[in-house]
Write a protein that binds this ligand. Sequence first.
Ligand SMILES: Cc1cc2nc3c(=O)[nH]c(=O)nc-3n(C[C@H](O)[C@H](O)[C@H](O)COP(=O)(O)OP(=O)(O)OC[C@H]3O[C@@H](n4cnc5c(N)ncnc54)[C@H](O)[C@@H]3O)c2cc1C
Length: 215
Amino acid sequence: MAVVICRTGEPRAKDNSTAFIVERGTAGLSAGKKENKLGMRASETAEMIFDNCRIADANRIGEVGQGFKQSMKVLDGGRISIAALGLGIARGAYEAALQYSKERYQFDQPIASFQGISFKLADMATEIEAADLLIKQACDLKMRGLPMTKESAMAKYYSSEVAVRVSTDAVQIFGGYGYTKDFPVEKFYRDSKLCTIGEGTSEIQKLVISREVLK
Ligand SMILES: Cc1cc2nc3c(=O)[nH]c(=O)nc-3n(C[C@H](O)[C@H](O)[C@H](O)COP(=O)(O)OP(=O)(O)OC[C@H]3O[C@@H](n4cnc5c(N)ncnc54)[C@H](O)[C@@H]3O)c2cc1C
């Protein structure tokens, strides 16, 4: 089963899209190629092909023309989930790098004793806590049923960029091992990038945030 939003009105008109439930096995619906992705490879992503696919009106979600508004509402909440996903990736990469920095010796000392490494860890820890607080703020507003468009976009934007920065630095801290599949950080590095793209790119989050602050 999939939820599909398609255009049901004139191009560029307001309120021109509608949401439907499309059941697996519907005539005209077929699966296209499975995408060969950079990361998030444990979660399959594939094309869906609609060819003369007729959907019963009973499968319509909400009113005709409300698809865009509905998806914007869903995205406010979905963005908190991607923010949390990014935070988890960042934490995993940071914890692996922190431990490795104490175990790996170079020039007769743990690499954590080099300021070049310890300052990276300080940045990672700080950004992770800031992302955590932004996510908690958005969650708190959502739980209380209050508007949180700006806060969820801020949490998603910041947390996903932190996931990319932290996992990149984690690979760096692991040195050559970071580039191999023997350690988890190369996976965090590849997986993190989706967070800045899915549920709206970082550029789109900035668009949402700037619209809210300029209101
Ligand atoms: C693994 C994966 C899973 C996905 N799963 C789903 C899913 O389950 N459901 C779903 O609906 N979608 C899903 N998506 C789609 C995803 O939400 C979109 O890829 C994403 O929102 C970006 O849209 P786009 O690919 O059309 O990029 P485009 O809109 O073509 O953007 C290309 C570039 O232009 C920039 N850009 C576009 N418009 C503007 C603007 N107005 N101002 C400034 N910059 C702009 C973007 O930021 C980006 O850098 C998935 C994508 C991936 C990679």
